[in-house]
Design a protein around this ligand. Sequence first.
Ligand code: SF4
Length: 542
Amino acid sequence: MPPTPVKRKRGEGQWKLGHREPLNPNERTKRDDDGLNVRARIENIYAKRGFDSIDPADLRGRMRWWGLYTQRKPGIDGGRTAALEPEELDDRYFMLRVRIDGGALSTDQLRVVGEISQDHARDTADITDRQNIQYHWIEIEDVPAIWQKLEAVGLLTTEACGDTPRVVLGSPVAGISADEPIDGTPAIREILDRYIGSPEFSNLPRKFKTAISGQQDIAHEVNDVSFVGVVHPEHGPGFDLWVGGGLSTNPKIAQRLGTWVALEDVPDVWAGVISIFRDYGYRRLRHRARIKFLVADWGVEKFRQVLEDEYLGRKLADGPAPEIPAQTIDHIGVHKQKDGRNYVGAASASGRVSGSTLIGLAKAAEAAGSRRVRLTPYQKVVVLDVPDGSVASLSAELGALGLQVEPSPWRRSTMACTGIEFCKLAIVETKERAIRLVEDLEKRLADVHPDVPISIHLNGCPNACARTQVADIGLKGMIVPDAEGNQVEGFQVHLGGGLGLDAGFGRKLRGLKVTSAELGEYVERLVRRFVEQRDGDERFAQ
Ligand code: SF4
């Protein structure tokens, strides 16, 4: 009998193991030219000659390295998204993402962000759940001028998208909160200064998401790498290191490496983790490229060992786990700072604001004696440094701008991704749907006052940009049949996901789908049943 052929395991495209040959089209685009180099072409060629002069490999690939995506052509229904070629979905306008690392803005910066929106983006601006600002309707001719205006106040679009180190999440109350054991801001600044825009990390297998916070207010469990504030019994305040979190398909909660990292060591340890991703990350299949797959295959012990031995050249100290807060920390409402002044958190309508609103916010903050505003990973805003005497007038001014300091539970805990209005991957509309849903629930559930948050996250497709799987009620956009059998916009429902104490993914119940039109009625039913059948202080996710 001939010998049975040995099945050879295919490589995963890991550079460090010698797989340098590009194994998919995205890898080839990155090999052909560094995404960072597209900026010169935008400034010198595309902005001068117009949209039609843009090389398709730049248009649908490298422009992301500078925060630019083409937006979806209006009028294409979600049922056709998957069947169309990219060029059929491309509009001649761009979404532009401004990275706001740590969510931190001075009022001068905020005013400039708002003015750019008015001048170049038809007054659009969305606050994302990664503390970014996104504009729409950007024309290529305007991009160099926008960069000039942003960079004059220290803001960047560098590596806001693409296979790069994206915006670094930070606590919206870093440096002012009495509850944080340590302020991560210096580490965020150093990472930004040393590594963002550097060719060292401009060709990663996939995007790389970072979160650094003294407290657990930035969804650290679903980032590629996170540093979470903790107090070590011997070494004092520092950070607990987590790796391998991420949502979308194959969601994973990040895992602790069991180490304690001093504030001054965070940038080097961060560089070690991202270097592992660059060198050992899987570049063969894009849907297996995020670092969560490598962490899952290696396990945390091996990951820590490689980090220490190959990249840091020293052992890290063991460290304790941070204590998990009882509830989501979203910073809404009026709170005391450690210096005796106040921070005031206000809810936008699922992140949808406008340039005019942002300028209004800057003015309201300054009128209240503040020069600092922060964006949150829950699509909210926080005004810092407000004296006691200005809290009431600021709250009223924010309310007039549509930013509510005492929002209903539904306005407070609802988020939405970009959806079909602008996103080329979307199957359904989300932003306006979320805004209408909140208004609907405020009427339907006016008599219901749950003492635990019930989060509702609307997503336009399986990519989970608005964190579908870790919401109490996670909604994933899809086409569903209505009562008459028509194919209409709707959502697959994931129930009982959460972060913190309830960290885990919502259950995707078979057949649990709801049409977009029925959403208000459906959520009302769910909430009333939860409130009626609730056992003691049970939370929605339990
Ligand atoms: Fe677009 Fe899908 Fe992300 Fe929503 S979840 S922004 S539809 S990719």
